[in-house]
Write a new protein. Structure first.
Length: 537
């Protein structure tokens, strides 16, 4: 790489300001932001949820809603042209072909009505003249590159048939399909387990070196930023408060806010469980098998064993962490415990054999068995206000009068550190991290005995992760709630869990006391997970 290529930025952002119309008010999201993106280099934009990172990135490709967003000042220069003044037709020719983007929430970015092949093919065919056969070959190659197992067999799969991590990998394949000059990666590894995080980041880095590609990396995971970025831009309340070489920022941060970000990994451990605490949940040999092949008479002959012979025991006030790679069966097992998937085996909750109950008889128990889903945007109705979303469970279970419910909702929003004054807003008006806190509030409002938390902190920046971990520990100590905590983030699992269960391809590989398992894992698979997690530290 020549000195000249470094001297001439591939993208220049100059004094960019972005505002949004909200009714009769104007809200400033980005304020006088400037930085350069150099060819072949990775620049990371970091900051807490709502700091303006994603708004800045989406402005480059003109992805903000034109009826609400406007730009009081600034330029975004790419190949000599200001993208803020470029026509929509010219922007379409740039999107995907020259500047690719990996979005933060794959479930809402992928079309649920189209197969994976069709969605990746569309991106290729828009910008090239490849034949159908060659396009299919390239799709298979891309899926293989991003680590989708048996890629040729997954071409006809739809988004709902993939795990969260697999959906994110499909998004990465789409972004890289046309070998762009610049890749905007908005939390590209949020939904991925630690081993795949490492693979994907190494893949992006290798393609970057091969193609001379620039990368704008938006991430709340500062360990990833530390190892993969050349430069760092720190944003806070829409402004750039610090920028520089990665090494300088991490070794000699000038701003107290930057220092706080760097030192905000979740820590501590949960309060010890009372040895006399009541056992509230057990499972015995739970199986979730999906038929993959049938004979002439329609009888299944082959199965995908998504969860196989899983047995657990959980006490009040105890947390069981479930870890494993994407597609290992973690979420499948959690959904089976809540009778959201059909399963075989025995499940007892507070002494009741729930595996013998039909849905009508099981429904009253749902008040005490709640779940926080992985994708906060997909699990919140865009047509309901935050107040209505949280109130729905109270109405279904006939809890309190209308005035009582309003006070309960105000209290629970305070508990998850959201401003109760925002309760009449809609999900799209909140950042990803704020939406996840709303999901947690919806589960907490019924004061359940058990909450299954499916990647509840994956969309949150590190400072908020630490706050949420502290919050969950406090609530557990206060109400004696039992948690099943499903996560790929082993630092969060360690800070919150009493016991850990390790899964691989539907099987339990290892389980035991959290402290012992982290200190002395017995299985090589567990050791590999821990090594990948601490690769960044």
């Amino acid at each position: 790489m020549t000195t000249d290529s470094l001297a001439s930025p591939q993208i220049q952002i100059k004094n960019l300001s972005v505002c949004f119309h909200q009714g009769e008010q104007t809200v400033g999201a980005v304020k006088q932001v400037s930085f350069d993106v150099h060819k072949g280099k990775t620049i990371a934009i970091v900051g807490e949820s709502g700091s303006g990172k994603s708004v800045t990135a989406q402005s480059i490709l003109g992805l903000l809603p034109k009826d609400k967003a406007f730009y009081p000042s600034g330029e975004i220069i790419y190949n000599g042209q200001d993208l803020l003044k470029t026509t929509e037709a010219d922007l379409r020719s740039i999107r995907g072909a020259h500047i690719g983007m990996i979005f933060q929430e794959p479930m809402t970015s992928l079309n649920p009505l189209h197969s994976i092949e069709k969605q990746i093919s569309e991106s290729i065919q828009l910008h090239s003249k490849l034949s159908k056969v060659k396009t299919r070959e390239k799709v298979v190659e891309l899926l293989d590159l991003v680590g989708i197992p048996n890629p040729a067999e997954r071409l006809n799969a739809y988004p709902h048939q993939l795990s969260g991590g697999q959906k994110q990998r499909v998004m990465i394949a789409m972004a890289l399909a046309n070998e762009p000059d610049v890749l905007i990666a908005d939390e590209p590894t949020t939904a991925l387990d630690v081993t795949v995080q490492k693979q994907v980041l190494e893949l992006i880095r290798s393609l970057q070196h091969k193609l001379g590609m620039s990368v704008i990396l938006i991430s709340h995971d500062l360990n990833i930023v530390k190892h993969y970025a050349d430069e760092v831009v720190v944003m806070h309340h829409g402004k750039v408060i610090e920028e520089g070489r990665t090494e300088d920022i991490f070794n000699n941060a000038q701003q107290s806010y930057t220092q706080q970000l760097i030192n905000s990994d979740p820590s501590g451990q949960p309060q010890a469980v009372d040895e006399n605490a009541k056992i509230i949940l057990t499972s015995q040999n739970v199986n979730v098998w999906f038929p993959t092949k049938t004979n002439f008479w329609g009888k299944p002959t082959e199965y995908l064993k998504a969860a196989n012979d899983i047995s657990i025991e959980l006490r009040a006030g105890e947390t069981l962490g479930i870890v494993g790679e994407s597609g290992s069966g973690k979420t499948t097992f959690g959904l089976a415990l809540l009778k959201l998937l059909q399963c075989q085996g025995e499940i007892h909750f507070q002494g009741q054999a729930v595996h013998l109950l039909d849905q009508a008889k099981f429904r009253p128990l749902r008040k005490d068995m709640q779940i926080v889903f992985q994708d906060p945007y997909g699990s919140l109705s865009p047509r309901m206000s935050i107040y209505q979303i949280i109130e729905e469970g109270l109405q279904i279970h006939d809890i309190g009068s209308e005035s009582d419910r309003e006070q309960i909702i105000i209290d629970v929003l305070k508990e998850v550190e959201l401003d109760p004054e925002t309760r009449h807003r809609y999900p799209h008006e909140f950042s990803g991290g704020q939406r996840q806190r709303i999901s947690i509030a919806r589960a907490l409002v019924l004061k359940p005995k058990l909450i299954i938390l499916d990647e509840p902190t994956s969309a949150l920046d590190r400072t908020v992760q630490a706050q949420v971990v502290d919050l969950l520990r406090d609530l557990q100590a206060k109400y004696g709630i039992a948690y099943i905590f499903i996560s790929h983030d082993l630092a969060v699992v360690k800070a919150l869990s009493h016991k850990v269960l390790v899964m691989k391809q539907g099987e339990v590989i290892e389980q035991g006391d959290c402290e012992s398992l982290f200190a002395e894992p017995k299985e090589s698979y567990t050791k590999n997970l821990l090594e990948a997690a601490y690769f960044y530290s």
